[in-house]
Write a protein that binds this ligand. Structure first.
Ligand code: ADA
Length: 561
């Protein structure tokens, strides 16, 4: 499933995944064997390939005639793409899309091969052995489109409220493969239209900008997630020959006076961090499993999700837009040490994923904040220069959302002058025994009194404790469901009681598989801090989270009256 709505009426588009492809592992004991596998998928879910690290060649065929645009929504984690045996694209990073145009294919059947590689190496600066699994495979949909010599690259909408009226600021990118006859560009939202006069576009990309005022626009909010389509079309001689449809919402996010304001109202975050992970599907959750996860989040009384630690499948973001769940979307990096940040590929790779994330997910109204570099070396000068560079990249691309990073350097962080929101991951009751309230107050006071983060919104982006599903004991020992429930109660109550705290994300939604190479200390080779286990079975803490989140929601509502 590509999106929850159609992006083209005019441009022919076909999902190439969603059927069986051929898969050949290129290394290991089964190298060269040919299997038929479902797509999109990761090979860890094929019997016998649960631990395979290496390359895998996926192939299929498609019919085409003329220029073909191939878009891979995500290949885990390094991809080389071949059409009829010729390399047409390569990409690093599992969590963002990439595309290429193959010109002038003859009418008939053509082959598509994608070689995916999930090995760790010096080259792979972001996918490293870690506290989550880096899977391998064609893990998100592959799409084939027929394009002419001129087509729409993307359309971005920035909702702005001016003098009480919503305006859609529009930026449309036209791609032109060769100079041809004049083309007219139109962009429509809710029956209103912006028309860019007919012209001959130069070869390459051209960006057009304009604005549409919509006095009757209905605002997007978590309670009323009103969505609008934006349709960009290309016309030649009065005939439409290309289109691109996207979706957005009218809402405004900004920070002020230590608060995050959504449509002018302070936001209170009750959220969970979520990895794309499932024992049956690996990182490739089908629509029903994504929708189920969101139903569970809502049942818990949560209003937000943190896409730790990478950009998520767009279908999941579509569902968040539709259900009013606020999203902290994060670029890809977790817990990189100073040495790992000094990897010669780190900055380039981190910048690429950040650029792709912001460009590709710009229109989602549910994304209220961009996060970067979770728990990296923000306590070093070199680390600070990397955080600085990446915030600059984001801000140059998107001035309409705040940005932040989830840090963990207790009273040694050097970066709080950089983000709009100060965010901390804390683990009292788990990695140490300091009483939660005391630990938090100490940290908060330090941020306010001794850092450049003073006066900025303060958010707790992780709290949590491990609990192994089914391990129940009256002794309430660590790893039991009882201990986890008790720890979460104390953590949540302390964080939500902290005055001036914007809210909290629980680590984490569900138990997840970790990379076997990472660290031998995790029972079951899993991170067991889920409120539900990997099969989404609720643990004892489920009822605690629900009770506290619901109480907090009722209290905040009361306070607004
Ligand atoms: C960190 C990190 C998470 C996870 C968590 C834990 O804060 O951001 O990815 O590893 O700790 O379980 O310890």
């Amino acid at each position: 499933m590509i999106r929850t709505f159609s992006q083209h009426i005019v441009r022919p588009q076909q999902e190439l995944t969603g059927k069986l492809w051929t898969f050949v592992p290129l290394q290991g004991a089964r190298a060269g064997e040919t299997l038929r596998v479902h797509t999109p998928s990761c090979w860890e879910t094929y019997p016998g390939f649960g631990l395979y690290r290496g390359e895998g060649r996926y192939s299929t065929s498609f019919c085409a005639d003329g220029n073909v645009r191939i878009e891979c929504k995500g290949v885990s984690h390094t991809a080389s793409v071949y059409v009829d045996g010729e390399k047409v694209a390569s990409h690093y990073n599992a969590y963002t899309a990439f595309s290429c145009v193959v010109r002038g294919l003859s009418a008939g059947e053509h082959t598509l091969e994608i070689v995916a590689d999930n090995r760790f190496s010096e080259e792979s600066a972001l996918h490293v052995p870690n506290d989550y699994m880096s899977y391998g495979g064609v893990s998100r949909p592959v799409v084939r489109e027929r394009v002419g010599s001129c087509y729409i690259g993307d359309v971005r909408v920035t909702p702005v409220r001016r003098g009480g009226v919503w305006t859609a600021e529009i930026r449309v990118r036209v791609e032109n493969l060769e100079e041809a006859s004049p083309v007219c560009v139109r962009v429509a939202v809710a029956g209103r239209e912006l028309c860019f006069p007919e012209r001959v576009f130069p070869r390459g990309e051209t960006v057009l900008e304009g604005a549409l005022a919509l006095p009757d626009a209905r605002q997007w909010s978590p309670e009323h997630p009103e969505l609008y389509f934006v349709t960009a079309t290309l016309e030649r001689g009065g005939a439409v020959f290309d289109d691109l449809i996207d979706r957005f919402g009218f809402r405004e996010v900004r920070t002020e006076g230590g608060r995050i304001l959504l449509n002018g109202e302070p936001v209170r975050i009750r959220g969970l961090c979520r990895h794309e992970d499932h024992p049956q599907y690996g990182c490739v959750l089908p629509f029903s499993a994504m929708a189920y996860d969101l139903a569970v989040l809502r049942d818990l009384g949560a209003n937000s999700v943190r896409t730790s630690h990478y950009p998520n499948d767009e279908v999941f973001l579509d569902l968040c837009d539709e259900t009013g769940i606020l999203v902290w979307e994060e670029n890809h990096a977790r817990g990189l040490s100073l040495e790992q940040m000094r990897n010669r590929n780190f900055e380039r790779r981190a910048e690429e994923v950040t650029r792709e994330m912001v460009a590709q997910h710009y229109n989602h109204p549910s994304i209220y904040i961009w996060g970067i570099l979770n728990e990296c070396a923000s306590d070093s000068e070199y680390g600070r220069s990397c955080y600085d560079a990446q915030f600059s990249v984001i801000r140059a691309l998107d001035g309409s959302r705040p940005c932040s990073f989830a840090g963990c350097k207790f009273k040694t962080d050097l970066c709080f002058g950089l983000p709009d929101v100060v965010s901390y991951n804390i683990y009292p009751k788990w990695y140490h025994d300091t009483p939660v309230g005391e630990y938090l107050k100490d940290l908060y006071d330090w941020v306010q009194n001794e850092t450049e983060g003073a006066g900025k919104p303060f958010l707790v982006t992780e709290i949590g404790a491990g609990g192994i599903y089914g391990y129940r004991t009256p002794y309430v020992t660590k790893w039991s469901e009882e201990y986890q429930a008790q720890a979460l109660r104390e953590q949540l109550e302390a964080v939500l009681a902290l005055e001036n705290c914007v809210g909290v994300y629980i680590w984490q939604y569900c138990d997840i598989r970790i990379s076997e190479e990472w660290w031998g200390g995790r029972p079951r080779t899993m991170n067991n801090k889920g409120v539900v286990d990997e099969y989404r079975r609720p643990k004892l803490c489920y009822a605690v989270v629900k009770e506290i989140f619901e109480r907090d929601r009722a209290r905040k509502k009361e306070a607004l009256k």
